[in-house]
Design a protein around this ligand. Structure first.
Ligand code: GLP
Length: 227
């Protein structure tokens, strides 16, 4: 595990975008795993800027999002499809047919990832209860893409009326990515981050499964380290 501590959110976002940039330039047909939430927004802004001003080319890139609410339409403002369009996809040249969001056909999602050669670089955030994607505490480390019930604290943290179920990549699916980038920002993440990365590997803290990955880069700002 490599831990990069950045002075602030801006620097964290720039570092994350730089790693994506380098990976896409090294392999233009990169397969990327992508998160939603507040944390990656700065990275997405940086990637859009790199596309516009530095020619970062997403034409051959394939993306697989980590999760999506169950039963929301593609155009629902709450959907992660809507989020991804407005925060990234509408502003870069990724082909719509190459940008995947999980739906009810879990097996097809897993097959598509495999047919794309597996995920080269997967970016993930961490929930305050230790979830990664929507793998809530208690999720099996062997889990794959599936329908899950959201934890009450996750529903509350969303700050809006969201479905109580979601489709998420499983922990096993996530761990199969060749490289994983974990992003965490802000003092409120300090405690769960310490538990996930320095505490015991346990299904009670799903993010602790990341300790088992051989190519994990953690990018945090100083606030999230508890400094
Ligand atoms: C959400 C998402 C996760 C995300 C997490 C943290 O529930 N499903 O993929 O990592 O919560 O979100 P935030 O970055 O807003 O703190």
């Amino acid at each position: 595990m490599q831990v990069l501590v950045k002075p602030d959110y801006q620097a964290l976002s720039e570092e994350a975008a730089a790693i994506v940039d380098k990976s896409v330039r090294a392999k233009p047909a990169l397969t990327l795993g992508l998160p939603t939430g507040q944390t990656p927004l700065g990275m997405y802004e940086q990637l859009i800027a790199k596309h516009r001003t530095e020619g970062l080319d997403f034409a051959a890139v394939k993306t697989f999002n980590l999760d999506e609410y169950a039963g929301v339409s593609r155009d629902d403002p709450r959907s992660f499809r809507t989020y991804m369009r407005s925060r990234l996809f509408d502003h870069i040249n990724a082909k719509p047919m190459n940008t995947h969001i999980p739906d009810n056909d879990f097996q097809r999602y897993e097959d598509l990832i495999r047919e794309s050669g597996g995920i080269d670089l997967l970016i993930v955030g961490i929930g305050l209860n230790g979830h990664i994607a929507f793998n809530e505490p208690g999720s099996s480390f062997d889990s794959r893409t599936r329908l899950v019930t959201l934890a009450p604290e996750t529903i509350q943290a969303a700050g809006q009326n969201i479905p109580h179920t979601a489709i998420t990549m499983g922990i096993a699916t996530i761990l199969e990515a060749r490289k994983i980038l974990l992003l965490a920002s802000g003092a409120r993440k300090a405690e769960i981050l310490r538990r996930a990365l320095r505490g015991p590997v346990s299904e009670a803290a799903p993010a602790s499964a990341l300790q088992r990955h051989r190519d994990l880069i953690v990018i945090v700002d100083e606030a999230a380290t508890g400094l």
